[in-house]
Design a protein around this ligand. Structure first.
Ligand code: ATP
Ligand code: MG
Length: 432
């Protein structure tokens, strides 16, 4: 029997993993420049945490979670997102006592039992960012700007010549607050109930459970009905309106382009006021690379103090899909090949070779060595396959003379040098 990975779960082969590490590295650098701190939270949590935070009647909790009972009959869930776990961590460790704002992020896999397709997996990675504190539009603007900065950062670093400033589109909306949101919900319910016959089955159920999600439906009939609705901004209270206007002014000031989308909603129940999505070009139906918003009530609902918050999550696979054509394979070449290939001519040289390879690695060179009896020609072929920059040839004569042959694979040149000069010479010729 041949084993296969589970549907929607993928392997990261070396080339792909390098890209992942590269992207995460860049993202972390930016997050740290904004003074965010990295944390790690468990992949498994009690099921109840997600029911309480994401909402019992959301698609995620009802259809998508990997939930099971462990050997103690306790209900556990593989995290479908990280915000709930971070909030639990903050409450459990009283992190809310620390000076604010509290700025945290985590990177890791999330699990949702969805239909796998391009940009949609069952195990996927997120960069999850959370801000807790006194949330004025200044902070919101900074968080949104930072998310855009992260998404564009590989292009800025790698492909300076690529002037693509519309690869990502920011859509923004406000869901209102506890004062004005109920009014809009009431309006949605009454106007959609009149016409519930034309809605799709899912939306008819949503009408009972979470009418806001209808605004997000992709069914053409539902879309048509949505277009006839009054947009949410007509219902905002003066505070929400002022807050949103201030935020947009700051985004303008920062030179950020955005699209106000009054029909934008999110799949999790906990959002309040500002929400946003960043869409990537060329991704097809699964085009949201980054999504986030404010969740002022969540910490309190989970048993913590009242503390406003805003956060977002970047889907790493979708981000990678979006920018992979700009990532030149050249930059990963160094990671995939050794700097030095040590060719040992005959078994007698193995001990010297073992010692030399250790010395070179200690001096921080990436070294490959084969302990196999092969001809020089065969060894050079191996070095070539691995795209090693240099080859060191060690035979009986060289050992006697205290020397080594250094071959440059790109230039095709070769010289005999003394062993004492080897490390300085390699340092001179190899950037590491
Ligand atoms: P979508 O509408 O695409 O299902 P969502 O609203 O469920 O997204 P969030 O829970 O806000 O997504 O997650 C934030 C980001 O995580 C998404 O914008 C996306 O980039 C990524 N993401 C979510 N679900 C998946 C998945 N199943 N596979 C790959 N990436 C995903
Ligand atoms: Mg989803």
């Amino acid at each position: 029997m041949k084993f296969q990975s589970i549907r929607g779960f993928k392997d990261w082969l070396p080339e792909e993993f390098l890209k992942y590490e590269y992207l995460i590295g860049i993202a972390k650098k930016i997050l740290k420049n904004y003074n965010y701190q990295e944390v790690k939270i468990p992949i498994l949590e009690k099921t109840e945490l997600f029911i309480r935070s994401i909402g019992e009647v959301t698609d995620i909790v009802q259809k998508e979670t990997y939930t099971f009972q462990d050997r103690n009959q306790e209900f556990l869930t593989l995290r479908p997102e990280a915000t709930a776990g971070i909030c639990r961590m903050i409450i459990e460790n009283s992190l809310y006592m620390k000076p604010k704002p509290l700025k945290l992020f985590t990177v890791g896999p999330m699990f949702r039992h969805e239909r796998p397709q391009k940009g949609r997996l069952r195990e996927f990675y997120q960069i999850d960012v959370e801000f807790f504190g006194n949330l004025t539009p200044w902070y919101e603007a900074e968080v949104i700007k930072m998310s855009i900065n992260i998404l564009y950062s590989p292009l800025k670093i790698l492909a300076k010549e690529v002037k693509n400033d519309n690869l990502f589109t920011l859509e923004i909306n406000s869901l209102g607050c506890e004062r004005c949101r109920p009014e809009y919900k009431g309006y949605l319910l009454s106007s959609l109930k009149e016409r519930d016959k034309v809605l799709c089955n899912t939306c008819r159920q949503r009408l009972e459970r979470n009418p806001f999600r209808i605004l997000d439906c992709k069914d053409p009939n539902c879309k048509n009905e949505i277009q006839k609705l009054e947009p949410i901004n007509r219902f905002w209270c003066s505070n929400c309106k002022g807050h949103f206007q201030e935020l947009l002014e700051l985004l303008d000031f920062l030179g950020l382009k955005y699209v106000f989308n009054p029909y934008l909603v999110r799949g999790l129940d906990y959002y309040t006021r500002t929400i946003f999505e960043i869409k990537g070009k060329g991704l097809g139906a699964q085009d949201t690379v980054c999504a986030g918003g404010r969740y002022d009530k969540l910490l309190e609902e989970l048993g913590g103090p009242s503390l406003p918050a805003i956060g977002f999550a970047i889907g790493v696979e979708r981000w990678e899909l979006c920018i992979s054509s700009y990532l030149s394979p050249q930059i990963f070449l160094d990671d995939l090949s050794p700097q030095v290939f040590l060719a040992l001519l005959g078994k007698k040289q193995f001990k010297e070779g073992l010692k030399l390879a250790e010395t070179l690695r200690e001096a921080n060179f990436k070294v490959e060595v084969l302990y196999e009896e092969k001809s020089l020609k065969a060894l050079l072929r191996e070095a070539d396959k691995l795209a090693s920059k240099k080859v060191l040839i060690l035979g009986e004569n060289e050992i006697k003379e205290g020397k080594i042959l250094l071959k440059d694979m790109l230039r095709g040149t070769q010289e005999k040098i003394s062993l004492e000069n080897l490390i300085p010479k390699l340092k001179e010729e190899l950037v590491h």
